[in-house]
Design a protein around this ligand. Structure first.
Ligand code: GRF
Length: 229
């Protein structure tokens, strides 16, 4: 098996646009890993004015665009403009990183097969918000994050990769979130790299790595073996 973070790709790095609504710690991880990986973040768009993720982009000299959804008359109108703005960056891949707004089917259709998201649960379990609280309330033993392709139905596209951890008896919402985010910051740049370097492909609804179809849950990584660097 070829090491996961091996760069086999030739040619120019692929163009990535990031959509976010908040802090942007995943954007930061993507930016930090750029030198090692086969992508370049060429634009960041936030639907929330003043989102800190925009500041992170500017500090990295990446174009940052604020597009306040509240000034549009409808979701469709906003998403139509969003399509235009995303396309201006000529992206190979559109990456959702804490983008807290449901996308219209029309938007998703425009970028089908080149639109991905990271979600803080082991999908298909715990779609939607409040995953840490719900997992703890259910006394689960494992939690984690999933990188997946985006389809119009919320948190439901094909899984690309999952990173999981064992929940400790001492974990609370805060600690669990911190541990999962640490994994997110490692695996999201890796997943983007695998796609942009051509190693990972979507074949109908299944994901293949180095031409081998993956399990429907996606490539599996564990917190204690996340030695990616
Ligand atoms: C992450 O937990 C991600 O899983 C979810 O939104 C959060 C974004 O965090 N989709 P940040 O803004 O990247 O810090």
């Amino acid at each position: 098996m070829i090491p996961l973070n091996e760069t086999l790709a030739a040619g120019p790095k692929k163009r990535v646009v990031v959509l976010l609504s908040g802090d942007g710690s995943n954007l930061q991880a993507l930016l930090d890993k750029e030198p090692d990986y086969h992508y370049q973040v060429v634009g960041v768009i936030s639907n929330v004015p003043g989102a800190y993720g925009l500041e992170r982009a500017r500090q990295h000299r990446v174009a940052a665009l604020e597009l306040d959804h509240r000034v549009f008359s409808s979701r469709t109108a906003f998403d139509q403009r969003l399509v235009v703005e995303v396309n201006r960056f000529e992206p190979d891949l559109v990456v959702l990183a804490g983008y807290m707004r449901i996308l219209s089917p029309e938007f998703v259709e425009q970028f089908a097969g080149r639109l991905i998201n990271i979600h803080p649960s082991l999908l298909p379990d715990y779609k939607g918000l409040g995953t840490y609280r719900r997992v703890l309330a259910d006394h689960k033993t494992r939690h984690g994050c999933t990188v997946h392709y985006v389809t119009p139905e919320l948190d439901s596209g094909s899984n690309i990769l999952q990173a999981s951890l064992e929940i400790k008896p001492t974990d609370n919402e805060e600690s669990l979130k911190r541990r999962v985010k640490t994994m997110e910051h490692q695996v999201y740049p890796l997943a983007v790299h695998l796609i942009t370097s051509g190693r990972l492909q979507l074949q109908k609804n299944r994901v293949a790595l180095d031409r081998q179809l993956l399990d429907p849950l996606g490539y599996q990584l564990k917190e204690d073996s996340l030695e990616l660097e």
